[in-house]
Design a protein around this ligand. Structure first.
Ligand code: MSP
Length: 479
């Protein structure tokens, strides 16, 4: 993998919601990709954060009985931050849109677009869905209701400021057509292309003033529409003016991140991100996750029950990345008992048990290296085929198990045992590097038992084994 830089973002989540497994999914995958690229030696920057300037925040504060909205957002932010901590998320920056650095960036951005003549005052008359925080057209509705929230949008008539998005529609389309990797996966790309071809109108980007939100730099009677404000987080918190390599998002917010964000960036004179990847949505045991059904999964609770690494593994392995999937505790258990316990856990346990008893020098000829196909794994990760990358890693783990069964090291001694252990211990060291992005805690524990330091991609090759193995706790237990 080439060195260089890698800037990845997640959506900034609405602060008034509580983190659920869907939010956790996006954030865990972003964390996996960030850790992967860090191991590859890239200068990596992983940004996530919170979207706080919505009217739903005011409602949330009211519902919580808190008069001070900022105090409410601070309280909620703690909840999000502690969730990411519990899930082993290692972001480089956490942006909150109530921060001054963000407000300043939004005002600067607005001024740039305004100076270009791309913002004008007009009258908006149409539909607005509060839950989406978005203007809807009649064509978006299903049975007169918002397709996402199944609620009737309200009809509003307001004096608003508009962004001349129509002026950029063709340019965005051209960009999409010239850059096949800009929108991924490919099926999503076609969806956006046909949306643009069906006609893009200018969009309203202000709302009548409330006491919450970012005031328009040119008119204190208005606040900036929350999406126009939120998207700019990718500029306000970016390092050294880097454009993002990947905006990782769910498929629900693809148009915002391609058509609107693309147009906004062009108008303000910024480079577009290299890629916008929209992953699928998942259901829970085949049903849509919803508060009414009471099947919303709390990621912290579930990871307390099964272990953070198991959840990280399950989410990245189970759902073909980019497609819709299903979260099922039964399948999760099957994967823990199968791939994690029988394949990986047993391998580590068997090898370490024998290695600690061996008193000779561990050395030999690399016999297992030929089964390690790092290029294949790397190729999958490069194409964001995360579940296939894991599959390829597990092929190697299973091969190591086969090697144990063939060699039967418990029956060996002397040089033969030394050679077998050499192969297995070196393989485990390499496996610890490969699985680290997915299961950082497990990787560290394997390194602890091997008595080696966690390596980077440069260390993925058989060499002299330098550790003094020691017995540790079992990595996984039957659930
Ligand atoms: N605040 C906006 C995003 C602004 S980004 C400039 C927003 N926030 S959100 O809190 O509603 O988060 C939406 C994101 O949560 C989705 O894009 C997706 O990444 C994630 N998911 C929410 N529900 C999900 C599932 N059921 N399944 C998978 N991901 C889900 O939209």
């Amino acid at each position: 993998m080439k060195k260089g830089k890698f800037f990845i973002t997640t959506p900034i989540y609405y602060v008034n919601d509580v983190p659920h497994i869907g939010h956790a999914y996006t954030t865990i995958i972003a964390d996996i990709l960030a850790r992967w690229h860090r191991l590859a030696g890239k200068k990596t920057f992983f940004l996530t954060g919170l979207d706080e300037n919505s009217v739903n925040t005011i409602r949330g504060a009211r519902k919580a009985g808190m008069a001070d909205i900022k105090q409410y957002t601070d309280m909620m932010a703690e909840r999000w931050i502690s969730t990411w901590k519990a899930l082993g998320i290692e972001y480089d920056d956490f942006i909150r849109t109530t921060e001054e650095r963000h407000k300043k960036a939004v005002r600067d951005f607005f001024r740039k677009v305004y100076a270009k003549g791309d913002i004008y005052k007009g009258k908006y008359s149409g539909l607005y869905c509060d839950a989406c925080e978005a203007f809807l057209s009649e064509g978006d509705l299903i049975d007169g209701k918002c397709p996402f929230h199944r609620t009737e949008p309200k009809r509003i008539e307001e004096e608003n400021y508009f962004f001349r998005l129509s002026k950029y529609a063709d340019k965005v389309l051209e960009h999409i057509e010239k850059n096949p990797d800009f929108i991924q996966p490919a099926s999503r790309r076609n969806e956006v292309i046909s949306f643009i071809k069906s006609g893009v109108k200018d969009i309203s980007i202000s709302r009548p003033r409330t006491d919450w939100g970012i005031e328009l730099p040119i008119d204190s009677g208005h606040v900036i529409w929350v999406w126009f404000d939120a998207l700019i987080n990718y500029i306000s918190a970016r390092p050294d003016n880097w454009p993002a390599e990947i905006h990782l998002i769910g498929k629900d917010i693809l148009r915002f991140h391609t058509v609107i964000w693309g147009g906004m960036l062009m108008a303000a004179g910024y480079e577009l991100p290299k890629a916008v990847f929209a992953h699928g949505f998942f259901t829970v045991n085949g049903q849509k996750m919803s508060k009414t059904l009471g099947n919303v999964i709390d990621p912290v609770e579930i990871s307390r029950k099964y272990g953070t690494d198991a959840i990280r593994y399950y989410l990245s392995r189970e759902i073909p990345f980019g497609e819709d999937g299903d979260f099922s505790e039964d399948v999760l258990k099957r994967r823990i008992n199968g791939e994690l316990l029988s394949d990986l856990g047993n391998l580590v346990n068997r090898v370490i048990t024998i290695a600690v008893k061996f008193e000779g020098k561990i050395e030999g000829k690399a016999e297992l290296e030929k089964y390690l196909d790092f290029k294949r794994i790397e190729g999958h990760m490069g194409k964001l085929e995360i579940h296939h990358a894991l599959d390829a890693i597990w092929d190697f783990i299973r091969q190591c198990n086969r090697y144990v069964n063939e060699k039967q090291p418990w029956k060996l001694e002397g040089k033969e045992l030394s050679n077998t252990l050499y192969n297995l211990l070196e393989s485990l060291r390499i496996i610890s590097i490969l699985i680290y992005p997915f299961m950082p805690n497990t990787a560290e524990r394997i390194c602890g038992q091997l008595d080696v330091k966690l390596g980077t991609f440069g260390d993925i090759r058989f060499r002299k084994f330098g550790g003094k193995p020691k017995k540790g706790e079992l990595l996984f237990r039957y659930v």
